[in-house]
Design a protein around this ligand. Structure first.
Ligand code: AMP
Ligand code: FE
Ligand code: FE
Ligand code: ZN
Length: 275
């Protein structure tokens, strides 16, 4: 059983449509289970589910919520939640609003640095994404010939310490865990020890998040070294939290290292999570 629990379509900052992603999961990566977890949006679920039925793969309906904890950005994966839950959708609307509000302010900064880009030019890149993101701004910078790829755009411009960085609203982490659980879902912290969040997500904090309803930790992720994975696995085992692994696939928006199936979740862990 090959299970990948974290992927992005073009409904956020991936490059495959939801249907293409599901087809690639089955036909290219040979997965048996794939979760679609677009940033702050569930608008890809229906298209992905229809294609999953067609190609014969199990789809897990998911989302990756932008949250903040002690001033650091933390991503929270939510699975099989009710996408119509009022409290959850209100919070997600606020997060998506923050993404949209940030956009013109980033473009102002880029223009000040001699890289004018219009909102329409970013929209041409984000297409039918529900969640506009820095990767779409990066794609517009590439299309204008200012830089060569997404990496170069983040490096020095869009990264947290970049010249065109603008903060946006994110959901408080504990509240996001509670909202996912209240909407009938399962909550897993995504790549917890990638840059920044490693400082704030201590073992004691994982314990507090578990009290708020946290179900699992994404341990096997390319942002984690082997040593980091071993430590996180130990924390998860100590607390009895589910251990997941996933690719964080973004299509051609990220390197081949993040290909579908690059990291996998054990079948018994999926059973503990959703069974
Ligand atoms: P945002 O959602 O607007 O905060 O942008 C963050 C997203 O940008 C992350 O989810 C990643 O998918 C992507 N990202 C971050 N750093 C890079 C990078 N160096 N190259 C390409 N994409 C990146
Ligand atoms: Fe992303
Ligand atoms: Fe993430
Ligand atoms: Zn992701």
């Amino acid at each position: 059983m090959r299970i990948d629990l974290h992927t992005h379509s073009n409904r956020s900052d991936g490059t495959d449509s939801p249907a293409q992603l599901v087809r690639n999961a089955r036909e290219v990566a040979g997965l048996d289970v794939v979760a679609l977890t677009d940033h702050d949006a569930t608008t890809g679920w229906d298209e992905a589910a229809a294609e999953a039925d067609r190609v014969g793969i199990r789809l897990v309906r998911g989302i990756e919520i932008s949250t903040t904890f002690q001033g650091e950005s933390v991503h929270l994966l939510g699975y099989e939640l009710d996408p119509t839950d009022a409290a959850l959708t209100a919070e997600l609307d606020r997060v998506l609003g923050g993404r949209d509000d940030r956009l013109p302010r980033v473009l102002e900064k880029l223009a000040e640095h001699g890289m004018p880009i219009t909102l329409e030019e970013v929209a041409a890149q984000s297409g039918n994404a529900a969640a506009s993101g820095r990767p779409h701004i990066a794609d517009a910078m590439v299309a204008k010939g200012y830089i060569k790829d997404r990496d170069e755009a983040f490096d020095g411009w869009l990264n947290t310490n970049g010249r065109a960085y603008v903060e946006r609203y994110s959901a408080p982490l504990v509240r996001a865990v509670q909202l996912v659980k209240a909407a009938g879902g399962r909550a897993v912290v995504a790549h917890p020890w990638s840059r920044g969040s490693d400082r704030v997500l201590t073992p004691a904090v994982f314990g507090q998040l578990q009290e708020a309803g946290l179900d699992g930790i994404e341990v096997d992720h390319n942002d984690h070294s082997d040593a980091t994975r071993a430590t996180l696995r130990g924390i998860a085992q100590e607390l009895g939290l589910v251990v997941t692994g996933s690719s964080d696939y973004h299509g051609t928006g990220k390197s081949e290292q993040f290909r579908l199936g690059a990291n996998l979740t054990a079948p018994e862990e999926l059973e503990r999570l959703l069974g």
